[in-house]
Design a protein around this ligand. Structure first.
Ligand code: ZN
Length: 96
């Protein structure tokens, strides 16, 4: 059975760990991928099928920006596939 003291001690320990974790999160760094890993990612892209969701999401964002007046209806967006790194030009779906 948990006593009130044990619960408070657990909460204090959790808060301390959270603070340590926050400090560690600030120390994250990024490194470039090894060429073999890049090739593996490129092979995992199946072209049109893999890009369908990427293009749909970009179209949705572009349409939303046009509706808010941030972009013009004639604007387009270029998205880059994170797997094969090919770039795709996306045009808006909406018409006025
Ligand atoms: Zn791709």
């Amino acid at each position: 059975m948990l006593s009130r003291r044990n619960i408070l001690l657990g909460a204090a320990a959790g808060t301390s760990l959270l603070a340590v974790g926050g400090v560690r999160a600030m120390a994250l760094s990024s490194e470039p991928m090894a060429p073999s890993d890049l090739k593996a990612f490129a092979l995992s892209c199946s072209g049109e099928a893999s890009h369908r969701q990427l293009v749909a999401d970009a179209k949705w964002l572009l349409d939303a920006e046009i509706k808010r007046g941030v972009k013009k209806a004639a604007d387009s967006e270029v998205v880059v596939c994170p797997l094969c790194h090919c770039s795709i030009q996306v045009t808006p779906d909406i018409s006025f």
